[in-house]
Design a protein around this ligand. Structure first.
Ligand code: GDP
Length: 303
């Protein structure tokens, strides 16, 4: 990073946090849901920059089964972190939102002007509203306190250090783990839904590079969408995972499991106008690196 001031990353051991250069990364050892613990951390460390990645996250499974927890944990974490930044003189805050903030009825491609124009998808509205409120809090703090805090909206991130939980994880890490086990145990590889839904995936290290650029250069109140704007069917992800894991068995499509939103393409034109030469890692390369990491760290990784 150009700006050499001390940087604190929340969610520092996670998918994006672990890719960021910083002076201090905090993970689950600090319960950021608690305002006293959160503020104590900021008073002690006195960061100048904060990259706020911490969140209680999950894919379709986790979000649908723990709605109350997802709302409480996320709204508390975000509210406390943003307020602690303000109270303790943090100069730059980059706060992570998610594409689930958009209304279910949004018109495609997703643009930031639509964030508050309707209910989020029913499968993850508690998480989505908590993230929307982070955008509101930052906008309000910019207006009242003149703080140069910004938000980013990445599409589906994947990479090393993800949560590879079989039921509560996002689609890529869950499927990597499922395919790995299917190969190891000689069983079928069961995938949720029809394989037809489309998603835009972005490699965690690309998000890390973009975030460091945002910290140094992006000053706008509008959330910045971090996306390749390249839609990929889940079926293609499955084919690539099967290829890299060298799984020879049968892939079963479990139609009883939800497909979720069919598609949610996003508009990355603002990002591309700011960084026209940015080169995204291909899904094939990113998946290979993620799978190699998962296999090497199978015993200790989050799952
Ligand atoms: P979303 O992008 O927020 O909807 O959530 P996910 O990242 O969990 O992606 C969900 C898409 O992947 C849906 O179409 C699911 O049906 C499909 N999918 C297939 N297998 C799995 C799986 O094992 N876990 C998850 N989370 N999704 C899966």
């Amino acid at each position: 990073m150009k700006n050499n001031m001390s940087t604190l990353v929340t969610g520092g051991n996670g998918l994006v946090g672990s890719t960021l250069e910083c002076d201090l990364r905090v993970g689950s050892e600090f319960d950021l849901r608690n305002p006293i613990i959160c503020d104590r951390l900021f008073k002690k460390e006195k960061p100048v920059n904060v990259i706020h990645c911490a969140a209680k996250v999950g894919g379709l499974g986790g979000n649908m089964n723990k709605k109350g927890e997802f709302f409480y944990d996320n709204i508390m974490i975000n509210t406390n972190v943003i307020e602690s930044c303000r109270k303790n003189g943090v100069v730059r805050l980059v706060c992570f939102l998610s594409t689930c903030v958009f209304p279910d009825s949004a018109t495609y491609p997703l643009t930031t002007s639509q964030i508050h124009l309707g209910e989020p998808h029913n499968s993850n509205y508690p998480y989505a509203y908590a993230k929307r409120m982070a955008e509101v809090q930052i906008r309000a703090y910019r207006e009242q306190y003149g703080l140069n805090y910004v938000t980013v909206i990445p599409t589906n991130i994947y990479g090393p250090n993800d949560n590879f939980n079989l039921d509560g994880g996002h689609v890529i890490p869950s499927l990597i783990h499922k395919c790995y086990l299917a190969k190891k145990n000689g069983t079928e590889f069961r995938v949720w839904g029809s394989g037809k839904p489309l998603r835009e995936f972005i490699f965690s290290k690309d998000v890390g590079k973009l975030t460091e650029w945002v910290l140094d250069n992006y000053n706008d109140v509008e959330p910045l969408i971090l996306s390749t704007s390249k839609e990929v069917p889940i079926k293609e992800v499955v084919d690539l995972i099967v290829k890299h894991i060298k799984f020879m068995g049968v892939v079963v499509w479990d139609y009883d499991k939800p497909d979720g939103q069919f598609r949610k393409p996003s508009d990355n034109s603002e990002l591309m106008s700011l960084l026209p030469n940015f080169e995204f890692t291909s899904l094939d390369e990113g998946l290979k690196e993620t799978i190699d990491w998962f296999v090497d760290n199978y015993e200790t990784c989050r799952k």
